[in-house]
Design a protein around this ligand. Structure first.
Ligand code: ADP
Ligand code: MG
Length: 259
């Protein structure tokens, strides 16, 4: 399903100075199975844009559509993975129960939930530890659980907000490859917010570069690196270096003052 962002803006009610424009008018179309990464400095509206795509925040103006349907609340077939895995899992439930909850929330029948939980655990390589509790696992493993939970509804679209910002480099590389694998297994569209430019180029079919004050879309760059991607090989390609420096320059560009 196509995800359409049609001229959305977001103003937060704020200071004495009046409402604050967090996202200036933004339009884009994300095709089925596309992997779109979003980069930009802190405060440029990445999370705001993602939460509007998720139906968790309503735009001040404009409209988000999934297929032909306007998004006015969290749509079926769309999952979100947040950075803060520590708070997104229930500590008193084991891994299997944490996943089953997502199936229950989606109103799936019991037998179907069991099938999908097993499928999701296998997809992320956690089928042997489903009886563990989140607090018995490392941060990277917990984030794997959060990804598996997002998969239980077999989403068409998975939105991820800086999901790997809090894990070490090795774990992060593993999780990046895991996301590429599950995106392929489940044939999903992925929108992935990160402040790591290398990560964005490594993962994406496209990289959206945003700028702050007010938050806005600066560039939409196609990433023409071949797939499958490889943590060593892809990053050694001259084209990888070219793309990362192009994006780096855009992100580092001095912010133009708001009109
Ligand atoms: P990013 O994810 O790129 O760091 P955000 O989308 O979180 O940016 O924030 C964009 C802008 O909106 C920032 O200036 C931030 O301070 C402001 N903002 C975000 N959430 C709120 C809120 N709930 N109320 C007021 N201002 C907010
Ligand atoms: Mg953010």
């Amino acid at each position: 399903m196509t995800l359409t962002i049609d001229n959305i803006t977001k103003s937060y009610p704020s200071t004495k100075a009046g409402p604050r424009l967090a996202l200036a008018p933004t339009s884009l179309t994300i095709g089925r199975n596309e992997f779109v990464c979003v980069v930009g400095p802190s405060g440029c509206g990445k999370s705001t844009m993602l939460m509007m795509m998720a139906g968790l925040l309503s735009p001040t103006d404009g409209q988000v559509r999934l297929g032909d349907t306007p998004v006015t609340g969290p749509p079926a077939g769309l999952s979100v993975v947040f950075q803060d895995y520590g708070r997104s899992l229930f500590p008193w439930m084991n891994i299997r129960r944490n996943l089953a909850i997502a199936g229950q929330a989606a109103g799936l029948p019991r037998a179907e939930i069991a099938v999908r939980v097993a499928e999701a655990l296998t997809a992320v390589g956690l089928h042997k530890v489903e009886h563990l509790y989140p607090w018995q696992m490392s941060g990277g493993m917990q984030q794997r659980v959060a990804i598996a939970r997002a998969l239980v509804v077999r989403p068409d679209v998975m939105l991820m907000d800086e999901p790997f910002a809090a894990v070490d480099a090795q774990t992060r590389a593993d999780l990046e490859d895991l996301v590429l694998k599950v995106r392929h297994d489940y044939q999903m569209t992925v929108v992935f917010v990160t402040h790591d430019i290398d990560e964005a180029v490594y993962l994406g079919d496209r990289v959206l570069v945003m700028q702050a004050n007010p938050g806005r879309l600066l560039r939409d760059l196609p990433i023409d690196l071949p797939r499958p991607r490889d943590q060593v090989g892809t990053k050694l390609e001259p084209r990888f270096a070219q793309l990362r420096s192009e994006i780096f320059r855009l992100v580092m560009r001095p912010v133009e003052p708001a009109a």
